[in-house]
Design a binder for this molecule. Structure first.
Ligand code: K7E
Ligand code: CUA
Length: 647
């Protein structure tokens, strides 16, 4: 089998396309009854795992069931979401505030499930926003984004939000170096004026995030990260590329050095330095958004972070030389091996944590950059994996002594032994695999049943849909010696990375309703008798209830052109899976989708006289189509009084 692999990465050499011989893993392609039964989840049965994929440039999170690949939900995070009014309703708009103002779009890359003792615990999911640097936290009892924190002094929050072993921290490193703090300088003064920043965001017991400290580092591109575990707990590792410090045409100019670096950060040491007052207080303006106890998003403008430098805090950061423009960095379940995916490297480099510590103790350094000792490559090497495929990117682990590395250019997953560093199996991916994911595959205890390939291009794999084709995920059985393709399914947005957990961890903890008696929204309407309309100057406030199968009030008069009409709608239902919707003609905000017991607000700006219907958008019952009402809009200054019907 010969196939052409799309060559999308900007490599320096003049290679345009690459013919790659198929790897002959004996994988059946297409219909296979055995594979079908391995992924079959009968109607009404549940999937065994939840699978969380980044929505990439959609700014959302995709939630799928495994092994079926069924899409269960999209969780809106960094982007407005018309399906439920996220980022449109008055209660959620503040979630999208940043120091740049309201930013209703984001580019999410890496879902990270919270961990306790290096094992996924099912409390929260963190995800980074690359473009306007932010980290979000999703509550896994509601599948709702409950907090978003902006990362100051960052420009492209890519190496994020990888968590430490007990979710002490979620990290954030800037992909693009910039003048830090920002300054008006010539771009070609990159080498003198640009820096990187590694940020450690503390996660409190209740999940609340805060920026603990930031480490100013040389002006490279920091790309990915993973934290230590077990014996390496207390360390975090960040890949860098562009140690050349090029500021133009990086495809060539940042591909010169044989080795770039992994930054090994002893964050426990950083904590000591901060406690000893070795940090500097910087003016740093960033926005922190979260739900208050009324379930309304609020934004705090924060100022000030503690910045430490490797020069003032010795023994905190070390550079591990790593070939060649490394992308992913992954720590194996034992915590002793640090695996780097050098995009342009001929081997996968495996560093030894034990040897790293010895080299540090022996001061086995080959140089120093801005106070960061550079360790000797040969002294810290555990092994090199030969013939790992072209363009190795990311590695996950099965917990049985094997690692799985994605190779973008040769479009394959390569399985290799953590003992011998020899390749033992390989399977093609269709096509251009980026990340790959094994449930728990970056933790101390993977559930090593499957590896899921997350592919950038699909070309001929699905029915064509014009110029834009979907990305895809492929479910591959890794329970035996040979990897076996079972299923592929399209994904929504670009699934950079994904993580999974057993459904049993969270499925019985799901919130089904918001109890009405715990609804502390100041404009909640808890009984139909309290439903009303009040004029406050040019603002009209409608305190409305929704229950099968009517709104109260459903006839409203006395609204005038030029008013701002606030529909504060409370869903009085207290049964699971009975949302109501609310929409009105000409509204240029989204509809509202109201969960049982919840209050949400839409602002409507009537511009023309007339009588306008509103209606429920969610087919809630047999008489859903009857769930409607009217608003009469009179000219500005009209004498029509505010009136509304009552129960
Ligand atoms: Cu797509 Cu992790 Cu942003 Cu690699 S990243 S592929
Ligand atoms: Cu309520 Cu449809």
């Amino acid at each position: 089998m010969i196939r052409t692999t799309k060559f999308a990465m900007g490599l320096a050499a003049g290679v345009v396309t690459l013919l790659v011989a198929g790897c002959g893993g004996g994988t059946p392609i297409g219909g296979n009854g055995d594979a079908a039964s391995a992924v079959y989840v009968a109607p009404g049965d549940y999937d065994e795992f939840y699978f969380f994929t980044s929505g990439g440039f959609s700014g959302h999170l995709g939630v799928y069931g495994l092994p079926s690949g069924r899409l269960l939900k999209q969780v809106p995070i960094f982007s407005q979401w018309a399906e439920n009014g996220w980022g449109y309703s008055e209660e959620t708009k503040a979630m999208l505030e940043t120091s740049y103002g309201f930013v209703p779009w984001g580019d999410s890359h890496h879902p990270q499930l919270s961990q306790t003792d290096g094992v996924i615990d099912g409390r929260w999911l963190f995800i980074n926003e690359n473009n306007t640097p932010r980290i979000a936290r999703i509550d896994l009892t509601t599948f709702e984004t409950v907090e978003i924190i902006e990362i100051p002094h960052s420009a492209g929050n890519h190496a994020s939000p990888f968590v430490t072993q007990n979710t002490e921290y979620t990290v954030a490193a800037t992909r693009f170096s910039v003048p830090t703090p920002q300054a008006d300088v010539p771009i070609d003064s990159y080498k003198e004026n640009f820096s990187g920043m590694l940020s450690f965001v503390k996660v409190a017991d209740n999940g609340r995030m805060s920026i603990a400290f930031q480490i100013l580092v040389p002006g490279y591109n920091y790309d990915l990260s993973h934290s230590g575990k077990g014996p390496s707990h207390g360390w975090s590792f960040f890949t860098s590329y562009n140690t050349e410090q090029a500021n133009t045409l990086l495809e060539v100019n940042a591909s010169q050095n044989d080795k770039d670096y992994i930054a090994a950060v002893n964050w426990m040491r950083a904590e000591e330095c901060v406690a000893n007052g070795q940090g500097e207080q910087w003016t740093s303006n960033y926005v922190h958004n979260y739900f208050n106890d009324q379930h309304i998003a609020v934004s705090d403008m924060e100022n000030g972070t503690t910045v430490i430098t490797p020069a003032t805090c010795s023994d905190m950061v070390y550079y591990l030389p790593t070939p060649k423009s490394p992308h992913g960095v992954n720590v194996d379940p034992s915590g002793l091996l640090i695996v780097a995916g050098g995009k342009l490297a001929a081997v996968v480099t495996v560093h030894s944590f034990t040897k790293m510590i010895e080299a540090i103790e022996n001061e086995d350094f080959i140089g120093e950059v801005e106070g960061i000792p550079i360790l000797r490559y040969e002294s810290i090497l555990a092994g090199e994996v030969e013939n790992p495929g072209l363009g190795p990117l990311h590695t996950e682990f099965d917990g049985r002594g094997y690692a799985y590395t994605s190779a973008f250019i040769s479009s394959e997953i390569v399985k290799w032994s953590l003992e011998t560093f020899e390749v033992v199996d390989r399977i093609p991916a269709y096509y251009s695999i980026g990340h790959l994911s094994i449930p728990g595959g970056d933790t101390r205890e993977p559930w090593g049943k499957w590896v899921i390939a997350l592919n950038k291009t699909t070309k001929d794999r699905y029915l064509p849909t014009g110029p834009e084709l979907t990305h895809s995920a492929q479910l591959i059985d890794i329970s035996g010696d040979k990897m076996r393709l079972l299923l592929e399914f399209p994904t929504v947005g670009e699934p950079h990375y994904a993580q999974a957990l057993p459904a049993s961890l969270i499925k019985d903890k799901q919130v089904r309703i918001y109890p009405l008696d715990e609804n502390h929204h100041p404009r909640a309407t808890k009984t139909e008798a309290d439903a009303r309309v009040e004029r406050e100057g040019r603002n009209v406030r409608v305190y409305m209830t929704a229950i099968r199968t009517h709104f109260m009030p459903d006839n409203i008069e006395g609204v005038q052109v030029g008013d701002s009409v606030f529909f504060h709608v409370t869903n009085l239902e207290q049964d699971w899976d009975v949302p109501h919707g609310f929409a009105i003609t000409g509204a240029n905000t989204s509809e509202l989708l109201l969960m049982p017991g919840e209050t949400r607000t839409m602002v409507w700006l009537p511009t023309r006289i007339g009588v306008y219907p509103f209606y429920c958008t969610d087919f809630c019952s047999a008489l859903h189509q009857e769930m409607q009402g009217y608003v009469r809009v009179s000219p500005r200054g009209s004498s029509v009084p505010i009136s509304f019907n009552t129960p």
